[in-house]
Design a protein around this ligand. Structure first.
Ligand code: WQD
Length: 346
């Protein structure tokens, strides 16, 4: 009997790539998504890649009655991977209550239903944002590095959700959880059938960069070159989205195969390498042969100067390691942008 995983936010960027990896690893996938920031067409892409169409329920995870109907319809459910959340840092500053309601009520609803329906594993989509700006002697950050005050309501909801999950598991609930703290997910599936498709003007670096490279955007602004870094631009740990997706499969397996005795465990999911914005731009130009039009602009409010992860624990305990290079990830992002133009999507 195939194990069944509920993937909330499964038509989103990371959720869709994770659904592909779960299906290809032999899991039965049920996607729950309210389509507020994604497109149902993604289901066709998942089916085209895997030849399996995952079950889909258009449900908002903050709607408890509707969510419970999903648990009733698809029981037994073995695990949940919870991606569904609002995630635009800037928007969260303007609409904090939307973020606090959506990102915490959805998590509470799922946790509340788990014991009732015998669901054992909860994998939570957390973020390096909980580390804030690590002190220089705390880089690369470890899972034991201190969490810091969030720079935005979005980041704060990640910290609050981590605490909600942890406190519920430690209250004796018959579940185990793994918190995955991502760094910067980038790229697209190697088939270019699915990828990152932000609504409107992209806030994140890579979609804005590839849209500039293809001519949709005039010029990429590099938000600051006066930081305390080798070339003055901010440093991040950019991880290929397929490597990140595979980390979720490893996490859910760890619990379902009884490999963990921890009620809650935390893993940094990154490459372990810090790369500056300017280094990334030059790498993109080198691996695609495309000259990028960019300029140095002022700093963006709320930006962390430099953060990258120590990923020894994920490598040694979770048995997962990022296997793709920055070049692989950037090449896949460019191939995806070209496919979007070929398909007349943008
Ligand atoms: C990366 C770097 C910018 C755009 C993201 C998500 C957040 C969380 C962590 C998962 C920064 C610079 C960007 C541009 C630029 N993800 N930049 N010009 O801010 O690190 O956070 O990853 O939970 O949800 O937002 O990612 O891609 O916005 O920025 O110079 O047009 O690129 O200053 O240094 P960020 P980002």
């Amino acid at each position: 009997m195939k194990k069944r995983i509920l993937v909330t936010g499964g038509t989103g960027f990371i959720g869709s790539h994770t659904s592909v990896e779960l299906i290809e690893s032999g899991y039965d996938v049920v996607i729950v998504d309210n389509l507020s920031n994604s497109n149902i067409e993604v289901l066709n892409g998942i089916e085209e890649i895997t030849h399996v169409r995952p079950a889909f329920e258009q449900v908002d995870c903050t709607d408890m009655p509707a969510l419970e109907l999903v648990f009733q319809k698809y029981q037994p459910i073995d695990g949940i991977i919870h991606f569904a959340a609002s995630k635009a840092v800037g928007e969260s500053v303007k609409e904090p209550l939307k973020y606090y309601r959506n990102n915490t009520v959805s998590t509470i609803n799922l946790l509340e239903l788990m014991p009732k329906y015998g669901v054992k594993a909860f994998i939570f989509s957390s973020s390096c944002t909980v580390y804030g700006q690590p002190d220089s002697d705390n880089l690369p950050v470890r899972e034991t590095s201190p969490r810091k005050d969030a720079e935005s309501p979005y980041g704060n909801t990640k910290k609050i959700d981590e605490d909600i999950v942890t406190d519920f598991c430690n209250s004796g609930a018959p579940i185990q959880a793994i918190l995955l703290r991502y760094f910067n997910p980038i790229g697209a599936h190697p088939t270019a059938i699915i990828g990152e498709l932000p609504n409107g003007v992209p806030a994140n670096l890579i979609p804005y960069l590839t849209q500039t490279a293809i001519g949709i955007r005039e010029c990429l602004s590099v938000f600051g070159d006066d930081y305390d870094t080798p070339d003055g631009s901010c440093i991040r740990d950019y991880i290929y989205v397929v490597d990140l997706a595979k980390a979720h499969v490893a996490a859910v397996e760890r619990i379902l195969e009884g490999k963990s005795s921890e009620k809650v465990d935390i893993f940094n999911i990154g490459t372990g390498n810090g790369v500056s914005v300017l280094e990334l731009i030059h790498t993109f130009e080198r691996c695609t042969g495309v000259k990028l039009n960019y300029k140095i602009a002022g700093r963006r409010a709320g930006d962390i100067e430099k953060v990258w992860g120590n990923v020894d624990k994920a490598n040694q305990v979770l048995g997962w390691k990022a296997t793709h290079t920055l070049e692989d990830a950037l090449s896949s992002a460019w191939k995806w942008q070209l496919k979007l133009r070929e398909d007349g999507i943008m």
